[in-house]
Design a protein around this ligand. Structure first.
Ligand code: HEM
Length: 403
């Protein structure tokens, strides 16, 4: 193993990496599985690429989420002004359990199964809108609106405003590690916050049977949820609710169209839809890197010393292609069956929305393929661009021909 293996040698964070990160991930797995990388914003982070290490880090409570513990009081107060950090994903126990507990019930597999009918209706409506067109963009016309309409309906926020949410959350998600976007992030954060503030004020006056109204009740009841945390959880659900599933549906359909034998297999055996979705999650997972973790104490991992306060990122899409954990990891095979992939993370932050994302993806892929069995890419796969930023892995557009 070569300890001086550089990020440049690994080919991290270049345009080529953005287009296809797997050669770099494999190279790191081989030469430096716990790699201290120079990030695009100029700071260093440990990058974990092997499956076993990924599981160990995600389950290890010495890697914490709330970096404000390393700040002084003044800095902490400043950092906590950002409403998007006041949520379960950036919290550690015991706050984490309290915040997750407030919304967990709405996301159980049983509750989500009850939404299947409505999700199918939305998918069919979106497909009806495609009537008379021979070409569409899977992302704009289908994969984006479907999950955002669903999460807006669950929360009780107007789905007509979905394009605004898209602009705001795209900026926030793509911005991670891009120092050049500070002004835009600031502006979009302020707009998003102002929107939520207005909407929450409306729901305070006129409560309904939706999640925002229930969260307002919890906030008003006393010490279970602060006002900042209320904004935090609603914005997290809006962002997580659509930034991810859009990419699962689009990456998954892209994988099927570029592996026609797998597409045919699924069409001949529709009962393969569940393992097919799991394979899509493993093969091209929508969340490329986990969110930030910080070492709460100095510790040893893979023979290296990680110092207290060091930044650690788990490359989930690398772990899901680790040859030590998956046979022929670069082969897309919808018949793999039971999958131990890490696309939804692991440990206490395991994705709350996993049952919802799975049902949405099953419905989306099935419904589209039933209506357009001859679905085909309308451009060379090499001409497609993958979105910048390291958190999400998704295409900027996916033009297809409807047949
Ligand atoms: C295919 C779609 C999705 C993928 C791949 C995905 C992936 C993930 C991953 C990897 C994490 C953990 C991040 C970490 O530990 O650093 C996470 C957490 C989370 N996800 Fe998802 N997600 C998806 C869809 C959704 C949806 C639809 C929702 C909600 C509507 C959602 C809500 C959340 C929440 C609230 C957390 C934080 C959980 C916690 O901190 O306890 N996700 N997701």
């Amino acid at each position: 193993m070569d300890n001086n293996f550089s990020s440049k040698e690994a080919g991290l964070f270049t345009h080529a990496f953005n287009q296809n990160p797997y050669p770099a991930f494999h190279s790191l797995q081989q030469h430096d599985p716990l790699h201290q990388a120079l990030m695009p914003d100029g700071h260093y982070a440990w990058i974990v690429t092997r499956y076993e290490d990924a599981v160990a880090v995600l389950k290890d409570t010495r890697f914490i989420k709330d970096f404000t513990v390393f700040l002084n009081e003044e800095e902490r107060a400043e950092a906590q002004k950002n409403i998007f950090s006041q949520n379960m994903l950036f919290a550690d126990p015991p706050d984490h359990k309290r915040l997750r507990g407030l919304v967990q019930q709405a996301f159980t597999p049983k509750m989500i199964e009850e939404l299947r009918g409505r999700i199918t209706e939305i998918a069919n409506e979106l497909i009806n809108d495609m009537q008379g067109r021979s070409q569409i963009d899977i992302i704009d016309d289908f994969a984006f609106p479907l999950p955002i309409i669903v999460i807006c309906e669950m929360l009780g926020v107007p789905s007509e405003d979905r394009d605004k949410f898209r602009t705001w959350s795209n900026t926030l998600v793509e911005a991670s590690n891009d120092p050049g976007k500070a002004e835009k992030i600031q502006q979009h954060t302020e707009e998003f916050t102002a929107y939520l503030r207005d909407w929450i004020a409306i729901r305070r006056e006129q409560p309904k049977d939706d999640m925002v109204s229930k969260l307002i009740q919890a906030e008003e009841a006393g010490d279970r949820l602060s006002e900042q945390e209320l904004y935090g959880v609603v914005s997290l659900l809006i962002i997580a609710g659509h930034e991810t599933t859009v990419n699962l549906v689009a990456n998954g359909l892209f994988a099927l169209m570029t592996h026609p034998e797998q597409m045919r297999k699924l069409q001949q055996q529709p009962e393969l839809i569940r393992p097919a979705i799991e394979e899509m999650l493993r093969f091209e997972g929508p969340v490329e890197f986990s969110t930030d973790r910080w070492a709460a104490e100095t510790l040893e991992l893979q023979g290296k010393t990680i110092n207290k306060g060091d930044h650690v990122l788990v490359a989930l899409d690398a772990a899901n292609r680790d040859p030590e954990a998956f046979e022929d990891p670069d082969v897309f095979d919808i018949t793999r069956g039971q999958s131990k992939h890490l696309a939804f993370g692991k440990g206490i932050h395991f994705c709350l929305g996993a049952p919802l994302a799975r049902v949405e993806a099953e419905v989306a892929v099935n419904t589209l393929l039933e209506r357009f069995p001859g679905l085909q890419l309308d451009t060379a796969s090499t001409d497609l661009e993958w979105r910048p930023g390291i958190l999400m892995r998704g295409l900027t557009e996916l033009p297809v021909r409807l047949t």
